[in-house]
Design a protein around this ligand. Sequence first.
Ligand code: GRF
Length: 201
Amino acid sequence: MSRKTKIAVLGSGRGSNFVSLANACNDGSLPAEIVMVISDVKDARILQLAQELRLPSKFIEPGKYRTKLDETAETDYVATLLNSGAEWVALAGFMRILKGDFLRAFEQKVINIHPSLLPAFPGLEAWKQAHEYGVRVSGCTVHLVDHGIDTGSILAQGVVPVIEGDTPESLHRRIQEEEHKLYPRTLARLFNGEISIGQLV
Ligand code: GRF
């Protein structure tokens, strides 16, 4: 059997992308193993889902800030991830900006999925921003995480056309369907060596 890459998933919410990654690990299309799931929200659905799937999971207090981890929390997150043996960290709706020691501990090893065609519409509720702007196509982006907000090198994008009568919510639903295919597929290509981080812009 080929080697499985150890990944951790961080999320703050519903966890639908986490489930798509877990399913892909189970059916063998993603040569990876989820070794840890962490949330900054105590009652987040992603933690319940991880328990149902019998995967190691943990709520870790994020500390005093609203949009980032404080120093103690950052240390806790990094220690938990290193102890789990995770080689890569996949963000799946994790609502805090990662910086400093976290990104140094997992240099070029933190991946995110964002619900727009970056560099258009970084930040919150990107599908809503895109809908309000009146774009005719939107989609999602899998990218490396750097110090900026949704600014890291792009690994893959999936296009979702805007259709007549779309609301921000209906557009978001279709973007999420695309995310659930794109994220596991992109990580599989990365772990199979079909995408090389060193060759990204
Ligand atoms: C996704 O739309 C993702 O693009 C964004 O946060 C959302 C998370 O959804 N970063 P879920 O928790 O995976 O359902």
